[in-house]
Design a protein around this ligand. Structure first.
Ligand SMILES: C[C@H](O)[C@@H](O)CC(=O)C(=O)O
Ligand SMILES: [Mg+2]
Length: 445
């Protein structure tokens, strides 16, 4: 990395509770989260140079204030550190946040404290990318001055060396140097393939689903995800409707958001097999690795894979999912895992186990962040687009200073420096909970 602009001593960290009333129109609804208000604990890392890093984690309304408290508790570990100090031992910094002798009792590396860790680390990655004047995904490319050793030095291999050693990770990255430039050029031209979840939230009517699906087909979408799991009759009707609309050749995925027990999942999904879903997402409890393995085994003869990860707590869980052949699609999440650092570990493990990564996105800002990770995966790790696509949800992008650009159902690589986390200050003020205008208005209704 360049020596310029690397002082940036962190003077203070601010965090705000920002919520969007998406539940009013059932955007984001599924079989388990029937009234989601897409929200963030929104963090700004301030430095003595004036440069700021922006970051957040994603939540669903109530409880965001708890994540805000956890960010405040972590802030003391960050203040006083310079960017130089952090990035010269990013693994050590990750461990400082995730292994504090007192605060790790709240996790470790899971739940609220890990969401808060993600928010803070996302802000630090944003700061680093801004200091280097690169979008985050480019921090890792050759002309940014980085090398595979530096990337590997950001990863905490504790608890995963039985699946992936540092040497193996380095080897993967070194091998992937070949063809990197062509892959980057290809991405700049064509973008990364995406699928849409925007047509079929569980609370949408059939009429709405039809209209949204018609619009999506016109805009070039070829891969669609439908929410299922509350009522088998409804699921059958909705899947039939969407399959009829998209035809036999386009891709359909279904997502139950953890609604079923293991045997129930197998039975329910078998009943929907006639609609040829590529995967069933989150069929059961996200912690039940052996349950997912049993579902995977039972559904394999039907050609249906299991996808999970949006609520997978950490790299250790992903390791076991991979070791147990319990998933066929890895769904990393930019705000659930410990930021880029922990996501790198999962991308590298997925590559070793030959399982495609299809990130979870949507929410508020998740598309903005995860596009960096999946571009990195293609350019620097997997080198493959086979069976790979990134989720897209068409909500709340207008609140970001560098919103995602989708062209013909592809994510076009971000150009602005940073990790695309910054929100418009006017949006933050308006949606801050409970004092923002949007929420004051709700109270009065
Ligand atoms: C509550 C969220 O909207 C959730 O349904 C998102 C999700 O499962 C997905 O995008 O996949
Ligand atoms: Mg999902």
């Amino acid at each position: 990395m360049s020596e310029r602009k690397m002082v940036h001593k962190i003077t203070h960290v601010t965090v705000r509770d920002v919520r969007f009333p998406t539940s009013l129109e059932q955007h984001g609804s599924d079989a388990m989260h029937t009234d989601p208000d897409y929200s963030t604990a929104y963090v700004v890392v301030h430095t003595d140079s004036g440069l700021q890093g922006f970051g957040f984690t994603f939540t669903l309304g109530k409880g965001t204030e708890i994540v805000v408290c956890a960010v405040r508790a972590l802030a003391g570990l960050v203040v006083g550190k310079s960017l130089q100090e952090i990035v010269s031992d990013f693994r050590g910094f990750y461990r400082l946040l995730s292994s504090d002798g007192q605060m790790r009792w709240l996790g470790p590396e899971k739940g609220v404290i890990h969401l808060a860790t993600a928010a803070v680390l996302n802000a630090v990655w944003d700061l680093w990318a801004r200091a280097e004047a690169f979008p985050s995904f480019r921090l890792t490319l050759p002309d940014s001055g980085s090398d595979p050793k530096q990337i590997v030095s950001c990863v905490d291999f504790r608890y995963i060396t039985d699946a992936l050693t540092e040497e193996e990770a380095l080897d993967i990255l070194v091998k992937a140097q070949e063809g990197k430039q062509q892959r980057e050029d290809q991405m700049l031209k064509e973008g990364y393939p995406a699928y849409t979840t925007s047509c079929a939230w569980i609370g949408y009517s059939d009429e709405q689903l039809k209209q949204l699906c018609t619009d999506a087909l016109k805009s070039g979408w070829t891969k669609f995800k439908v929410k299922v799991g509350a009522d088998l009759e409804d699921d059958t009707r909705r899947c039939r409707l969407i399959r009829q609309m998209i035809g036999p050749d386009k891709t359909l995925m279904i997502d139950a958001n953890q609604r079923w027990d293991v045997s129930e999942a197998i039975g329910w999904v078998s009943s929907l097999a006639e609609f040829k879903p590529l995967w069933i997402e989150e069929p059961t409890c996200p912690d039940d690795i052996l349950g997912h393995a049993a579902i995977s085994k039972a559904l394999a003869p039907l050609g249906i894979g299991v996808a999970t990860g949006e609520q997978c707590q950490n790299r250790v869980m992903f390791k076991q999912f991979l070791q147990a052949s319990a998933l066929q699609f890895v769904q990393i999440d930019s705000c659930r895992l410990g930021s880029v650092n922990e996501n790198l570990a999962v991308l590298l493990m997925a590559h070793k186990f030959k399982v495609p990564v299809c990130p979870h996105a949507g929410g508020v800002g998740l598309c903005e962040l995860v596009q960096h990770l999946i571009l990195f995966d293609y350019i620097c790790v997997s080198g493959s687009l086979s069976n790979r696509m990134c989720e897209y949800v068409d909500h709340l992008h207008e609140h970001f200073t560098s919103p995602v650009v989708i062209h013909d159902a592809h994510y076009m690589p971000p150009k602005d420096p940073g990790y695309s986390c910054e929100m418009l200050e006017s949006s933050v003020k308006k949606h801050q909970y409970p004092e923002g205008d949007v929420w004051k208005q709700h109270k009065n209704n």
